[in-house]
Design a protein around this ligand. Structure first.
Ligand code: SAM
Length: 294
């Protein structure tokens, strides 16, 4: 972890500061939006350090809340685009980031964002994504962000511990799944810190984790990234089924079972294996081969 990124503004990351702000504005938490605000300065600083923010960085933050993390990012980055879905939070956010001239608050549903359009509109060359994510959007958001293939530098995200453990799971284990394979194609994934419920207000039911995705090209490229995700999903569709059966179901009408069998055989992949035993390299080779027939 990077040692020092200058003065990180952690002034809102205390139970008292958050309580005061929400009381002043008569704000009531909405559970359905995953509103668990950070109230711990050490964890906040660890997120900013994990993201390796410098004065040259543009940071996109998802789910800015009352601006606790936004302020910390504004105090260390060049520019922050803070996305928040809940209109009730916008006046609070405007107030909390007012002292920084480098924050733009954007009213969007992060799950519906067209990332390419956002990058074009803000003329971004490279950016970092930093978020204390609402739990309910973690998986779909990560899939959207990763598969858009924009030149992200890194993504540093607080998420539920269980998803973090799936992302970093070893091949052959129960937790190794669609997200593990997809994320490892695009990035090196590390759990930077496990975080207890007590650092949030209100407290969630489960532990969280700060996860960093350091983007990098994979040694073997897939020619069609959209097909990669389709094949990964199809392969894991029913975990108890073999790879051959899952793929045959997804490709019915396109390839016969015998054709699929011979493709897998030619690649040295036994169709009776289960998806969780396949390495990333095997998925990539398979996707590039399937691209020629579908
Ligand atoms: N960043 C703040 C913090 O660290 O204290 C708040 C984090 S809180 C876990 C998640 C935030 O995401 C909430 O403010 C919630 O309103 C917002 N949110 C929920 N769903 C969203 C969505 N689909 N798009 C954008 N923001 C969303």
């Amino acid at each position: 972890m990077q040692k020092d990124v200058g003065n990180i503004d952690a002034s809102l990351a205390t139970p008292r500061a958050v309580q005061q702000l929400i009381s002043e504005h008569g704000f009531v938490f909405r559970r359905s939006l995953g509103q668990n605000f950070l109230v711990d300065g050490n964890v906040l600083r660890n997120i900013v350090r994990a993201a390796q923010i410098t004065r040259k960085d543009t940071v996109i933050e998802i789910g800015a809340g009352i601006g606790t993390l936004t302020r910390a990012l504004a105090s260390t980055a060049e520019r922050v685009l803070a996305i928040e879905i809940d209109a009730r939070l916008h006046p609070i956010l405007q107030e909390t980031v007012e002292r920084y001239g480098n924050v733009e608050v954007l009213a969007h549903d992060a799950l519906k964002l067209d990332w390419q359009v956002l990058w074009d509109d803000y003329d971004l060359k490279q950016a970092k994504l930093v978020a204390n994510l609402p739990y309910y959007i973690t998986s779909p958001l990560l899939v959207n962000v990763l598969t858009e293939e924009l030149p992200w530098d890194n993504l540093t995200v607080m998420m539920q511990r269980e998803v973090a453990e799936r992302l970093t799971a070893k091949r052959g284990t129960k937790s190794y799944g669609t997200l593990t394979v997809l994320a490892s194609y695009y990035s090196d994934v590390e759990i930077c810190q496990i975080v207890p419920p007590t650092v949030f207000m209100p407290q969630p039911d489960v532990d969280s984790a700060v996860v960093r995705f350091t983007m990098r090209p994979y040694t073997l490229e897939v020619h069609d990234p959209a097909l990669l995700w389709r094949v990964i999903k199809a392969s894991f569709a029913q975990r108890r089924k073999t790879l051959g059966n899952n793929l045959a179901a997804a490709l019915s009408g396109i390839l016969t079972k015998a054709e699929l069998e011979s493709i897998l055989q030619a690649l040295g992949i036994d169709s009776r294996r289960r998806a969780e035993t396949l390495s990333l390299q095997e998925f990539v080779v398979l996707v590039n081969r399937l691209e020629d027939c579908i």
